[in-house]
Design a protein. Structure first.
Lengths: 594, 157, 150
């Protein structure tokens, strides 16, 4: 038996022949190996669009994916002309490919197809011709895939690349990226401009090409250092195409993309110092975008910072600033010393204030104690003075009651006088007590309805003299500010006086009002009045302008009024005329109470 | 005897000052009338049994400030009361630190010596028998009110 | 030897002679049958009420209608007298009315704590004084019913 195999034909021709040969062989055999149902499955699953188009450009068969893509059922599509299904726009694009496949060519293409309905879809398609045993084209098979996502990624990448491109080109310094062999992969426009070489030229050049002979070695070493140690900085003269030499400062960093190392960096024109920082910053940003390890970034930053430091002029400036700062500090020292003195003085002052405050506090406590003692004293004085009075009144009364039949008129009269005097003394003690207490009392403050108060006081006092005709007129009066109880006392005293001194009148007329100019309240009566030449004596304690026989009274009432009003910061005065009545005025200024 | 004014000083008439524990409606009515005449209806409270009375006194009295305005100035206490009787009320009042200083006036128709003794033993402040001539009741009540509201003094704090 | 000291109605413990005279007068004026005893200091009061010392001849049990007790007393003060009276079975049922010029809260509270029946302050003015004493008389001799063991 021979083992040699007949040599199989190769190439397309072989393919065709094989195909034809397969066809000739038993179709049934083939069919048995792949049952129809399985075929069905294979053709209708997956994203691949499959279709068979004949030489008349009509669909003979489409798979389910095709149906879904075009949103038409196969019944609909089959028999249709390509143009009809694809729409005019897409047909125009596809037609050339169709022509070629029907010419026997297998074609693959990518197109952005505008479909009926407005869709624009990216498609990658393969058209494969179908021919019979004789080599006649019967039609072609369509394989197509929607590559929309793929296209989008490509687009993004392109955008990204454009962006990076712009970024790199915006760098003020020169930017470069080359591999171990020295092949430049990326550079910025500045590089082209400074070096005066074109992009095409640079693409073929080596880094060492930009340096003069003796500096080449330095650069070569530097590049080596970068690749072995990770980073390098070096100063050298960058030589342009024209031969011009520009002093440059280069920074290089090793960067790995996958396993492959690259050198990335930037160079700063030393003759244009003020761009150093700018470049540094810009460089940093871009380098970040290229995913350099952060540690290396910091090193780069440091390196660039050092550049600034190394500038002599900068250092000198700094020294000057330093000197100026020192001077300033010296001056400040002087200032601080002054401040210290002031502070000490203030502290002393505060101490003194504290001492003062303590003294004031002590004085206040003392005052309170004295007040309390005075109060207690007054109280006991009043008490002790009154006790005998009670006895006097009591016994006088007892005599009157028990010895009535044995008393003549004079006797009764004398006893009456005893009682009267005892009563009067009691009154005097009360008045004195009130008067003295007034000076020591705490004043409270509130809004006082003067109208209401006057009327109430009058009602009380008038009730004590029910047999007399007394009329009160209250004119429009504003509310006042002051100690309610004390002001009530004032009003009571003035009205009581008015009632008292109008006793000789048939009808007593009392008026209470307010004078806006001067802001004074007044009590006016039509009583006996007084002689104005004695007006000064009116408000003194125990001062009386009428004899006791005419009008009783202790003479403390007006003194009390005077004292209260004065404590409120107001004024009291009076006008009068004998037999023409009297008017008493008082002011109550707001919040001026002492 | 001098005339007392019919109206009390309005400044003091602010809170309940007199507690009357009395179950007889007629007597209560008469007493109330006196209060009306004196314009003191706002200052008295009538309770009709011992338990109610005690409860009122114990809850209305502020322990922290035993002589505050909210403490009554006097309790008129009948002896014959439903639930807890007057003697028991008196006993409990005088035994309770919070309310033992409130003057209690037993006000009863009983003249039984035992009641009298027990009441005084328990520390009653005053014992008054209701007069049989009815019209005198009004005068007596007036006197009682006047005495315990004006003559008798209580601590102010 | 009960004699004059039986059926004493009012015991007045007062050191001020003026006040004593005036008070006594009020009580007597309205009811001449009122028997009033005037004691001038705390010690005398205790002796009288407990039948000791100069009053040893007093009956062992006394039931006056009321004891009017001033607080500011020489020798033994009124509070002490009150305390002794209310602590003793023999005297605790006697109505005691403090009649004093003191209106100090401390005194008032102490008096009530000791079981005083009533506390009255002496008015300063005579007219009021007379009125109050008159009221006292009226209340404690006519209205209040004292316990008188038979």
């Amino acid at each position: 038996m021979s083992n040699s195999k007949a040599r199989q034909p190769t190439g397309r021709k072989q393919g065709r022949q094989e195909e034809a040969a397969r066809r000739k062989s038993s179709p049934q055999e083939n069919q048995q190996q792949t049952p129809p149902r399985t075929l069905e499955r294979i053709l209708n699953t997956g994203p691949t669009l499959l279709a068979y188009v004949d030489t008349d450009y009509r669909y003979r068969w489409v798979n389910q994916a095709y149906e879904r893509w075009f949103r038409q059922s196969s019944e609909h599509i089959q028999g249709r002309h390509l143009q009809e299904n694809l729409g005019e726009a897409a047909w125009q694009m596809v037609q050339p490919y169709v022509a070629r496949v029907l010419g026997g060519e297998t074609i693959a293409f990518e197109q952005h197809l505008p479909l009926p309905g407005g869709d624009l879809r990216w498609v990658r398609a393969t058209f494969t011709p179908d021919w019979d045993a004789a080599g006649h084209i019967l039609g072609f098979v369509v394989h197509a895939i929607d590559i929309g996502d793929l296209k989008q990624s490509e687009e993004n990448l392109r955008t990204e690349m454009t962006f990076s491109e712009s970024a790199i080109n915006s760098l003020p310094g020169i930017f470069y990226l080359f591999d171990r062999t020295g092949r430049f992969l990326r550079w910025n426009r500045n590089f082209e401009q400074v070096s005066e070489y074109s992009a095409q030229e640079i693409a073929t050049m080596n880094p060492l090409d930009f340096f003069v002979a003796d500096e080449k070695g330095i650069i070569a070493n530097a590049i080596n250092t970068a690749f072995t140690e990770g980073q390098v900085r070096v100063e050298a003269n960058f030589v342009a195409k024209s031969g011009q030499r520009i002093p440059y400062y280069f920074v290089g960093l090793k960067m790995c993309v996958g396993e492959t190392p690259y050198l990335i960096g930037s160079g700063i024109d030393l003759s244009r110092r003020n761009e150093a920082e700018e470049t540094q910053r810009a460089t940093l940003n871009i380098l970040e975008d290229f995913d350099v390890e952060r540690a290396k970034l910091q090193l780069l930053q440091q390196a660039t910072m050092n550049i600034l430091e190394d500038f002599d002029e900068e250092r000198q400036n700094f020294q000057m600033v330093q000197k100026a700062t020192l001077n300033l500090l010296e001056d400040m020292h002087e200032e601080r010393h002054q401040l210290d003195l002031i502070q000490r003085a203030l502290l002393n002052m505060l101490e003194d204030i504290d001492v003062e405050r303590t003294r004031a506090e002590q004085a206040r406590v003392l005052l309170e104690a004295v007040n309390k003692e005075l109060e207690a004293f007054s109280y006991s004085v009043s008490h002790d003075l009154r006790a005998p009075l009670r006895a006097i009144s009591g016994f006088a009364q007892a005599v009157v009651e028990d010895y009535e039949p044995r008393l003549d008129e004079e006797g009764k009269q004398f006893l009456g006088l005893i009682q009267h005097n005892a009563h009067k003394m009691g009154q005097l003690i009360d008045d004195l007590l009130t008067f003295s207490r007034l000076g020591r009392q705490q004043m409270s403050e509130s809004q006082i309805d003067m109208d209401g108060m006057v009327r109430a006081v009058f009602a009380e006092l008038a009730a004590l003299a029910p047999d007399r005709k007394i009329s009160l007129t209250v004119l429009a009066v504003p509310p006042a500010h002051g100690d309610k109880a004390m002001i009530r006392q004032v009003v009571a005293n003035l009205i009581a006086n008015a009632i008292k001194f109008t006793r000789t009148r048939e009808k007593a007329l009392i008026e209470f009002g307010y004078l806006p100019e001067g802001g004074a309240y007044y009590v006016k009566d039509n009583g006996v009045g007084f002689d104005m030449q004695y007006v000064g004596k009116l408000f003194g304690v125990f001062q009386r302008l009428h004899s006791i026989s005419e009008f009783e009274g202790t003479g403390v009432g007006l003194a009390l009024v005077y004292r209260i009003i004065t404590r409120h910061g107001g004024r009291v005065w009076a006008t009068g005329q004998e037999q023409q009545g009297a008017t008493f005025f008082f002011t109550l200024p707001e919040r001026e109470a002492v | 005897m001098m005339d007392k004014p019919n109206q009390m000083d309005p400044v003091e008439a602010e809170n309940v000052e007199i507690v009357i524990i009395e179950d007889d409606l007629n007597d209560a009515e008469l007493i109330l009338q006196v209060f009306r005449k004196l314009n003191l209806t706002g200052q008295c409270i009538f309770l009709k049994d011992g338990a109610e009375g005690l409860d009122y006194l114990l809850t209305q009295t502020r322990y922290v400030n035993p002589a505050s305005r909210s403490t009554p100035r006097v309790v008129f206490l009948d002896l014959k009361l439903p639930s807890i009787d007057g003697i028991e009320v008196l006993r409990r009042m005088k035994a309770d630190e919070r309310i033992k200083r409130i003057p209690v006036v037993v006000w009863t128709s009983s003249t039984a010596e035992q009641d009298l003794k027990t009441a005084y033993d328990l520390g009653v402040n005053s014992y008054v028998t209701k007069p049989t001539p009815f019209d005198e009741l009004t005068n007596i009540v007036k006197e009682l009110i006047w005495y315990w509201l004006r003559v008798n003094k209580l601590p102010t704090r | 030897m009960t004699g004059q000291n039986s059926t004493v109605d009012i015991i007045l413990v007062e050191d001020d002679p003026n006040d004593a005279a005036l008070i006594t007068r009020v009580f007597k004026k309205h009811n001449l049958t009122n028997k009033i005893v005037l004691l001038k200091d705390g010690a005398e009061a205790l002796e009288y009420l407990f039948a000791t010392g100069r009053y040893a001849h007093n009956p062992s049990h006394m039931s006056p209608k009321v004891v009017l007790l001033d607080l500011k007393l020489p020798k033994v003060d009124g509070i002490e007298v009150l305390k002794r009276l209310k602590a003793d079975q023999r005297t605790k049922n006697i109505p005691v009315v403090v009649l004093t010029s003191s209106s100090e809260d401390r005194d008032i509270k102490t008096a009530y704590d000791l079981g005083v029946n009533s506390y009255v302050t002496k008015p300063i003015k005579f007219d009021d004084f007379a009125q109050v004493v008159s009221q006292l008389r009226m209340y404690w001799t006519l209205i209040n019913k004292p316990y008188e063991p038979s």
